[in-house]
Unconditional design. Structure first.
Length: 95
């Protein structure tokens, strides 16, 4: 882990403060195929959701931004409108 100053964080207590449980990865996620952004979604369990997208659609990488559950739909909509990923226009099969 690298601190904002560029120094490597070696203090275990500092590292522990940044941890979250898998169930708490609530946020907006971005699915990629190579360098192309293909899909944007939101979930209260990002890890499970992107795992399903990888299995079904074959996306090879993802990024995510933490977001409070109450703001998920609004934040997801902002990013979809801004980036217009191609797979957000395909019919949803309710993973």
């Amino acid at each position: 882990m690298v601190h904002a100053t560029g120094d490597i964080v070696t203090d275990l207590e500092q590292i522990k403060k940044t941890r979250v449980t898998i169930e708490r990865l609530c946020g907006v996620y971005f699915c990629f195929q190579g360098d192309e952004l293909k899909y944007i979604g939101q979930s209260i369990n990002v890890l499970n959701r992107v795992t399903e997208h990888k299995r079904i659609y074959g996306y090879d990488s993802y990024a995510w931004l933490p977001c409070p559950e109450a703001e998920l739909l609004a934040v997801e909509s902002i990013y979809i409108r801004k980036f217009q990923p191609p797979d957000n226009s395909r019919p949803c099969n309710n993973l």
